[in-house]
Design a protein around this ligand. Structure first.
Ligand code: GDP
Ligand code: MG
Length: 437
């Protein structure tokens, strides 16, 4: 599923546990694959990854604690934009405002009708009337009546009629007569899309002139959800989408796919069978859910705040001239430590929280590194390339560490320097980009 794919992408991004290393090309490829597998169509997935790539390479990686987290933040922002950017409110217009509920059988239309009545009454101060427009199953009318009673809102029914268009018109007339300002019309679904259903719901639309037509869809139905959304939209030109059953472990990839295919706002999500299990749709929250990324966005924001801009500029200059040395390295570590408890911070990174649960990572993790750098002479710190095998041996002895530890640190330092240089050099970045998929 999408989560596994993204977990894999993040693993690549974090260099198998080493969160300071990144291979952008691999990661971008993995992200694109993940989106395609999550039913996002090719054009959207490509536009998305191209955008992320562009932004990631344009950003100064020094402004965040790691390029991987920066990329994650960019992905989150992009996904949020793709899903509409901000909340799209339900529109209440003329009096009475008609809201038509459409969708397949079992999608959650009747349940949502009850939830919406409760929401409009309690959160928006409205006086709703429900209309039982599913005339094919008597049980459907009973179901709506039970829900209406739970939320204490009246229902218009006509058990003698099997004409949903007439019933809807009667319901609207009833609302006008009795001062209800919103009419929510529940309709019949089908097991699959058929012509009769489409004709019927289109006729109800014409007869009642709804202000909102909400298409209700089960978020667990994958690519089917996207196809159904497209067919309904072609016929009905609905005004918004309701994604139900997001209380399970579905990650909400459907939100992204549907939005990108029909380009209509998602307005609500259903998160359970109870009448209070309804939420307004927040694109940013859904983005985090799709990425499964804990609180990585606030982590990155915290990191960016902490980083001293002036120091960043000076450091960038050094990197460009390939003068990044161990003094800078130490001050980087101090920056990271300033940001707070390491385990807390790392726990916010998706996938890492689990991995470090029984590993003891705290600020002490930096102790051996600091000891090694502390045993270097001022000359060595400023000239890392001069640290040959003989010097390494002396440093290991002086810091009470092993020669392997010193070698490992030297390698990490050199990799980091190389990577930093690539990111700060436009020509190198361009070259990297050409090598990308
Ligand atoms: P309709 O045929 O479209 O009217 O669908 P219903 O409203 O009758 O819902 C079908 C089933 O899905 C019922 O058992 C509902 O309780 C359940 N259901 C609806 N919305 C949700 C939801 O958001 N979460 C969960 N877990 N179940 C839901
Ligand atoms: Mg129903």
């Amino acid at each position: 599923n999408l989560q596994d794919k993204l977990d894999r992408a993040f693993k690549v991004l974090k260099g198998q546990g080493n969160i300071t290393e990144i291979n952008v090309a691999e990661t971008i490829k993995e992200i694109r694959k993940a989106l395609l597998d999550a039913d996002v169509n090719y054009k959207t997935a490509k536009a998305f990854t191209d955008d992320v790539k562009q932004k990631a390479l344009g950003e100064n990686v020094l402004n965040s604690i790691s390029p991987g987290q920066l990329l994650t933040k960019i992905m989150n922002d992009e996904l949020t934009q793709l899903m509409g950017g901000s909340v799209t409110e339900l529109e209440i217009g003329k009096n009475p405002t008609v809201i038509l509920i459409a969708g397949l059988n079992g999608a959650g239309k009747t349940t949502f009708t009850g939830k919406l009545a409760k929401y409009l009454k309690e959160k928006r101060g409205k006086k709703p009337l429900l209309v039982a427009g599913d005339v094919y199953r008597p049980a459907a009318i009973d179901q709506l009546e039970v829900l209406a009673q739970q939320v204490d809102v009246p229902v218009y029914t006509n058990r003698d009629s099997n004409d949903p268009i007439a019933i809807a018109e009667e319901g609207v007339a009833e609302a006008k007569k009795n001062g209800y300002n919103v009419v929510i019309v529940d309709t019949a679904g089908r097991l699959a899309i058929d012509e009769a259903l489409m004709n019927e719901i289109t006729a109800v639309k014409e007869a009642t002139q709804p202000h909102e037509i909400l298409f209700v869809v089960d978020s667990m139905t994958g690519q089917d959800a996207v196809n159904t959304a497209k067919t309904f939209n072609d016929r009905l030109d609905f005004t918004g989408v309701v994604l139900t059953k997001l209380d399970g472990d579905t990650r909400g990839g459907a939100a992204l796919s549907i939005k990108s295919v029909v380009n209509k706002p998602i307005k609500f999500i259903g998160t359970g069978e109870k009448m209070e299990a309804l939420d307004v749709f927040y694109p940013d929250r859904m983005a985090s859910r799709i990425l499964g990324m804990g609180d990585v966005v606030s982590l990155v924001e915290r990191a960016q705040q902490q980083f001293d801009e002036k120091e960043a500029a000076a450091l960038q200059k050094k990197i460009r001239k390939n003068k990044f040395d161990f003094n800078d390295f130490v001050s980087q570590i101090q920056q990271i430590k300033k940001m707070g408890n390491m385990k807390d911070l790392m726990g916010m990174i998706p996938g890492v929280g689990k991995a470090i649960k029984d590993v003891d990572i705290d600020d002490d993790a930096f102790k051996p590194i600091e000891a090694i750098v502390g045993s270097m002479t001022p000359f060595e710190r400023e000239n890392p390339d001069a640290i040959d095998q003989k010097r390494r041996m002396r440093i290991a002895k002086g810091s009470g560490t092993d020669i392997n530890d010193v070698n490992k640190l030297m390698k990490q330092f050199n990799d980091m320097r190389k990577m930093m240089k690539q990111f700060s050099n436009p020509a190198a970045a361009a070259k990297m980009m050409r090598g990308m998929p």
